[in-house]
Ligand binder design. Structure first.
Ligand SMILES: Nc1ncnc2c1ncn2[C@@H]1O[C@H](COP(=O)(O)OP(=O)(O)O)[C@@H](O)[C@H]1O
Ligand SMILES: [Mg+2]
Length: 383
């Protein structure tokens, strides 16, 4: 069964006595001396949702999180949870917890004591029951009596997570929490984290430079670039309709074809010239008032063969078999190499040097202003 973020919020709200409030960042900005790390940004994170801040190293993600946590004083703006302004509140006064990449568990305490620690210090009579509950939620009930050092990295990270959610913070901040784990474990933890978030119904804000991680987990992603939110949306919307070349290149791969719009046909499709070839695009994809465009097509939207509304001919310069798919590079007559991904569904494989048709249908493209830098966001996610 799938639930929308709204439904998820509703059920989690029923389960709790309180309400999962929205987090509002209002004109929130941060300058370090003359350097602007975060330009005044406006963002609402709906209560009970999984929200990701995604962007390359140095774009201001951690600074934004630290302002929400109360660890960094904003230069401008406000932070509200629901109607409550917390801008001036000290870190310990905010009902906000953070999970970092390093687990910072107490090595001499067992897992249960680590998770109970904060609650007991605050004199919570129910500390043990709450800690046990949250340990079963993260599937660590069996290791409650073990010391952190006896656990794997992934398990330790789950202990840190249990400790951070046991007192039900209004917002849980996660700063690249999976960065230290190897790829396979990271993929596992991504699914786990998402499940836990939807079970507890708390607001999670997850910072990452890994686009696949953000897309796998988040209900909503804010893509940040140089201290600004460049686009906000759900993963599919960002992927299918990137608003800038930066988003198009940073989230997955894009082929950007240089085109000029030439007119609208009676059937509503817009015609464009791409290096002397006519290409059709969906009118709803075309921004207003521009003629010179990038026509963006994702590699998996392209097919080999001439069975599409748009056909370009080129020659294969690389064919890499990856098991589930084959990745092709096809050089166009004007020198540009197009990336194409063909599912390994039994269709014939092509070899280097072969001349091939590359085709796609109108409506599978996105159209951007050619004034934007075609290389924006390329090769910057390799922290
Ligand atoms: N305390 C600081 N003093 C000066 N510059 C800082 C400080 N903290 C962060 N910065 C700068 O602000 C920018 C954003 O940093 P950060 O928020 O850590 O980025 P991210 O988490 O996206 O990698 C970087 O250029 C970084 O060098
Ligand atoms: Mg960071």
């Amino acid at each position: 069964m799938t639930t929308t973020p709204a439904e998820r919020t509703a059920t989690s709200t029923e389960r709790r006595t309180g309400v999962t409030e929205d987090l509002h960042l209002v004109d929130l900005g941060k300058e370090f001396e003359a350097f602007t790390a975060v330009h005044p940004l406006n963002l609402t994170v709906p209560g009970g949702t999984f929200f990701a801040l995604l962007g390359p190293s140095g774009c201001g993600k951690t600074t934004t999180l630290r302002m929400v946590a109360g660890l960094e004083e904003p230069t401008t703006g406000h932070i509200r949870i629901g109607d409550k302004d917390i801008t001036a509140a000290k870190a310990y006064q905010r009902n906000v917890n953070t999970v970092f990449q390093s687990y910072a568990l107490f090595p001499h305490m067992n897992v249960l004591d680590n998770v109970m620690f904060g609650l007991k210090r605050r004199g919570d009579k129910d500390a043990k029951r709450k800690a046990q509950e949250v340990l079963s939620l993260v599937e660590l009930a069996e290791v409650a009596r073990k010391k952190p050092t006896q656990l794997s990295g992934g398990m330790q990270q789950r202990v840190a997570l249990a400790r951070a959610i046991v007192n039900r913070p209004d917002v849980l901040l996660l700063d690249e929490p999976l960065g230290a784990l190897d790829l396979k474990l990271r993929r596992q933890m991504q699914i786990e984290l998402k499940r836990i978030q939807s079970d507890v119904g708390l607001t999670f804000i997850h910072v990452t430079h890994d686009q696949e991680e953000a897309m796998t987990m988040a209900d909503t992603i804010a893509v940040m670039n140089a201290g600004r939110v460049e686009q906000l949306g759900d993963p599919a919307a960002l992927y299918e309709r990137p608003a800038t070349t930066f988003v198009a290149n940073f989230l997955g791969q894009s082929n950007l074809l240089e085109g000029t719009l030439t007119g609208t046909r009676p059937d509503g499709l817009v015609t464009a010239q791409v290096h002397g070839h006519e290409v059709l695009v969906d009118a709803s994809r075309v921004p207003e008032d521009i003629k010179d465009v990038w026509i963006g097509v994702r590699p998996e939207k392209l097919r080999l063969g001439d069975q599409g509304q748009n056909v370009l001919r080129g020659s294969v310069t690389d064919a890499s078999f990856t098991g589930v798919a084959t990745h092709y590079l096809v050089r166009m007559p004007w020198g540009h190499e197009i990336t194409l991904v063909q599912q390994n569904d039994g269709s014939p494989r092509r070899s280097v040097g072969e001349n091939v048709d590359v085709s796609w249908d109108a409506g599978y493209e996105f159209v951007l202003d050619q004034q934007q830098d075609e290389d924006a966001g390329i090769g910057r996610d390799d922290e």
